[in-house]
Design a protein around this ligand. Structure first.
Ligand SMILES: [Zn+2]
Length: 471
């Protein structure tokens, strides 16, 4: 096996040693990374510099390591709800802190390259776990106008370093698949074009060759799950603008992996990918790669849906039809934006055979009956909690009424949705509706779908998911 593949495989296998344990899900904040950065100040191998502040006064730091002539600049989380690479950067710092691990590799790497990291460019947006900064500006559409202080920091740091290589680190939508195969796009790469003609110069060629190299390495770990991001030129984006200078830019987009909502597996892949990129740059080993490999990488396609109920029989306007129901789960931030609950919506109905669900349920031979509201109005949550949900659900009930105008809970603490204010509610099977229905086979209950999540009458608990409160 070529040396590079062995190296990547050994990082992959040994990753847990380096994982920064204080960052354990996606909703960590600026206040979680500042102490980690402060600790680096005491270590000789790192240089730490405050380079600016966000609109709300949160410090933005540049951390560098190495003495080599080739300069590599990595910036992450321009979009506050895209934290995967930020966490991986702190794993990489830990990797360098284990001084007796990979000694020869690190010595050779840091003699050849200098690494610069600007983690969490958008700390105010991160605080709210939202894409935009606190001025509601998309920092990655602010490269030309530079109205936000965070954009100015990124721009000036880039110019001061004048890097040979730049890594623009993002998370992408769950909806992307790697081409038309039914596999999610776990990692998507791009050598961003610096003009509308998508001209290829030497810098862009080098980006493509590096991506080709990583494509071959990552194909060992996630075969079929690697894609190429849309390559339309975006004159307002930083990557596209930086590509105009003497820098080879690589965009890395972390997508979605089945069963990894918190993206810790993707974080590990970022850790492996970045270190493998650095090694290739230090050794110039990417120069042997062919850009044909880059062009062969399948493009991002929007063919993934969170959950698909297949082949279910429904009656509409007196017509009996067989359809697939595609459901997506939106995350609603709660508790200082460190937690979330789900609100589901029907994305599409009909022939969804070209789409793939992260979850799929085959309802062939089953009929769909819209959820009902239990006839009694309850005076307290405690009364509701005493209900026999398992037998009620078999009668098609998905909602209960509570005599209250408001309650403390943000989502339903029981299996059924809760309707407040004695409001009338009629469930519907149409685009954008909250999916609440049961599935029956020969008039026998098979399972319920409440707020888009599947529930059978035997287990009667959510492994993932929640029901809602309708006000
Ligand atoms: Zn982004």
């Amino acid at each position: 096996m070529p040396h590079n593949l062995q190296f990547a495989q050994s990082l992959y296998d040994g990753y847990e040693t380096y994982k920064e344990k204080s960052l354990f899900n996606r909703r960590f904040k600026h206040s979680d990374i500042v102490p980690l950065i402060e600790q680096l100040k005491n270590k000789n191998i790192f240089k730490v510099k405050k380079v600016g502040e966000s609109v709300q006064g949160r410090d933005i730091f540049l951390i560098s390591i190495g003495t080599g002539a080739k300069k590599i600049f990595c910036w992450s989380q321009m979009h506050g709800d895209e934290p995967t690479a930020t966490a991986a950067i702190f794993d990489i710092f830990n990797f360098f802190l284990y001084e007796d691990h990979y000694v020869e590799f690190k010595k050779s790497l840091l003699n050849n390259v200098t690494l610069f990291f600007l983690p969490m460019v958008n700390p105010d947006g991160t605080e709210l776990f939202q894409r935009f900064n606190i001025l509601d500006i998309d920092l990655n559409r602010d490269a030309a106008r530079k109205q936000s202080p965070e954009s100015k920091v990124l721009y000036s740091v880039f110019n001061e370093i004048n890097p040979d290589f730049g890594f623009n680190l993002h998370d992408q939508s769950r909806e992307y698949s790697a081409g038309i195969k039914s596999r999610s796009a776990v990692i998507s790469f791009l050598a961003p074009p610096f003009d509308y003609a998508k001209t290829i110069n030497d810098n862009r060629t080098n980006s493509m060759k590096l991506i080709s190299k990583l494509y071959n390495i990552l194909s060992l770990m996630i075969p079929g799950h690697i894609a190429k991001y849309q390559d339309d030129h975006e004159p307002r984006a930083f990557g596209d603008n930086f590509s105009k200078s003497n820098t080879s830019i690589i965009l890395i987009e972390s997508g979605a992996w089945r069963g990894d909502r918190e993206k810790q597996f993707l974080r590990k892949l970022n850790f492996v990918s970045l270190l493998a990129f650095f090694k290739s740059i230090a050794e110039d080993s990417y120069l042997n790669e062919s850009i044909e490999t880059y062009y062969s990488i399948p493009p991002n396609e929007s063919l993934m849906i969170d959950c698909i109920i297949r082949n279910v029989t429904v009656i509409k306007e007196g017509n009996k039809i067989v359809v697939d129901v595609g459901i997506n789960y939106e995350e609603i931030n709660i508790e200082d934006n460190r937690q979330f609950y789900y609100k589901a919506a029907i994305e599409d109905i009909g022939d969804l055979s070209v789409y793939t669900g992260f979850r799929e349920f085959d309802a062939m031979g089953m009929s769909l009956q819209l959820g009902k509201t239990y006839s009694k109005i309850f005076n307290s949550l405690d009364e509701i909690k005493k209900l026999d949900f398992a037998s009620l659900i078999e009668t098609g009930v998905t909602n209960v009424k509570l005599r209250a105008s408001s309650i403390n809970e943000l989502y339903s603490p029981v299996l059924f949705n809760i309707i407040l204010n004695d409001k009338d509610r009629k469930e519907e099977l149409k685009q954008e509706a909250v999916p609440n229905f049961i599935l029956k086979e020969n008039d026998t209950f098979k399972c319920a779908v409440i707020n888009g999540f599947l529930l059978d009458s035997i287990s009667m608990h959510w492994d993932e998911g929640n029901s809602l409160i309708f006000k």
